[in-house]
Design a protein around this ligand. Structure first.
Ligand code: 5RP
Length: 235
């Protein structure tokens, strides 16, 4: 196993300690969250736990179904005890960039509805400043070129020196990727986001923006997988 894969597995293993019998658990998206779902399935079977999962994407829903993790529609959940999810970048104040897998909208709805968000990452995701990873912004397809210009201006106004906004396409490079919510993703190469709160607020105020990949004040626990074991950081 590569070092990153090993670190993701170690982070996912450590996250299991945040799950208790009877909990409703938000199931994140991406490769690290997928490992967590598989480990959770093993634990449910071994210990006979009563867990209800709420997936943050159709892809995660399928993984959970394949591994027999019981699922609950989010509309039926009176509360979500804990959500375990990955991230593309995490800074020292637990601010995140998410959406590399195009699932940021459901991920944010579920994280914001959870009593606790636990982030599971490998060491490469820890950064001093957010912005090396292009910031995904989910937009309504209607008028997306206009929305893209507004996003560019909002990022400029909030201190990003030279934002580059690009429509995310499928592997063929021609067709736009469509999210689970039926929207487009605009990836914004920023280099550095000097004031994530200001950028987050400015993006949220643009008509046509459905949501953006800056997750601020949501994560309370970050688990960094290492080659041997994991480091748990709590705010
Ligand atoms: C999906 C996400 C993922 O959590 C993020 O892309 C990290 O994925 P991985 O664990 O595969 O590195 O935000 O929208």
């Amino acid at each position: 196993m590569s070092s990153a894969a090993e670190q993701k597995t170690n982070a996912a293993k450590a996250a299991l300690t945040y799950v208790e019998d009877g909990m409703t658990v938000g199931l994140g998206s991406g490769s690290t969250a997928a490992i967590f779902v598989r480990l959770l399935a093993e634990r449910i079977q071994k210990e006979g736990l009563n867990i209800q999962g709420i997936p943050t994407s159709k892809a995660t829903e399928q993984i959970a179904l394949d591994h027999k993790v019981p699922l609950m529609p989010i509309e039926h959940a009176s509360k979500i005890d804990v959500t375990i999810d990955g991230a593309d970048e995490v800074d020292g104040r637990f601010r995140l960039i998410k959406g590399g897998g195009a699932c940021l909208l459901r991920e944010k709805i579920i994280a914001a509805a959870s009593d606790l968000m636990v982030v599971v990452i490998d060491e490469t995701k820890l950064v001093g400043r957010l912005g090396q990873f292009p910031l995904p912004v989910e937009v309504d397809p209607f008028g997306f070129t206009i929305t893209a210009k507004k996003i560019f201006e909002a990022l400029r106004k909030t201190g990003v020196a030279k934002p580059e906004v690009e429509l995310r396409c499928l592997a063929d490079g021609r067709e736009p990727l469509i999210t689970d919510g039926g929207n487009y993703i605009l990836d914004c190469a920023c280099g550095e986001i000097p004031d994530p709160e200001a950028s987050a607020n400015a993006l949220a105020n643009i008509a046509g923006v459905v949501d953006h990949g800056l997750f601020i004040d949501l994560a309370r626990v970050v688990i960094v997988g290492e080659d041997k074991g994991a480091r748990v950081m709590e705010l």
